[in-house]
Design a protein around this ligand. Sequence first.
Ligand code: BTN
Length: 254
Amino acid sequence: MTAPLLWPAEAIWEAVAPRLPGFTVEVLPEIDSTNSELMRRARAGQTDPVLLVAQRQTAGRGRLGRGWVSSPGDSLTFSLGLPLAPADWSGLSLAVGVALAEALGPGIGLKWPNDLWIDGRKLAGILVETATVAGVRHTIVGIGINIAPRPAGEGMDIAPADLRMLWPQADAPGALLRVALPLVRALQTFERAGFTPFEAGFAARDLLRGRTVTLSDGTSGQAAGVAPGGALLVHTAAGLKVVSSAEVSVRPVP
Ligand code: BTN
């Protein structure tokens, strides 16, 4: 039997609550999806800032309608819900990716818009959703990080990356402790100043720049960084394309 995980809820609360009044940390043994749960709560009027961790998700959700499969202990799955009112929302999910990658350390790249990769494989994904409640836009930032090695399968051709590739002793509670405060700080910076403060951080970790990419509409071209609002720039045969939402696949390096 594996030892139960000890979550650093109090340490996170102490670090975050001074900058986020009303903040709570909650760890659930099981839920369908931490994002879905915070969406339900927000729609029911529960909009105080909360960090909700699930040891097991039975219906984890990913971007573009996909699922997110994880197993207890081998991955970290959590969502942060909070009211946010930036003047411009563009680039929010990229900013979260930059904050996570910086918090988890060097060796992590970003695949637009916000996947964290190590060595050509996906380490973590981010799902940002919003719900408008009584005129206030409540933001839910869901994060899934692979902690221990997992086999390929479940829709993945190759095994995903995991945090133990960077720190052999990594565990889910330690990873959460490492990213929680940087994530809150980044969201508050974004609320105040938008994507601009994150542009250089994204560029430094941008894995697509200069690579040949194929978009979900079949267009191919060469990725050329991101526009000021975080849209992907792609040089195609028809000219420069500004892509704000699409699946982007990267041609394998020959
Ligand atoms: C993606 O890469 O497609 C995004 C994956 C996001 C997964 C996380 S796990 C915690 C939170 N709850 C969910 O149902 N999804 C996000």
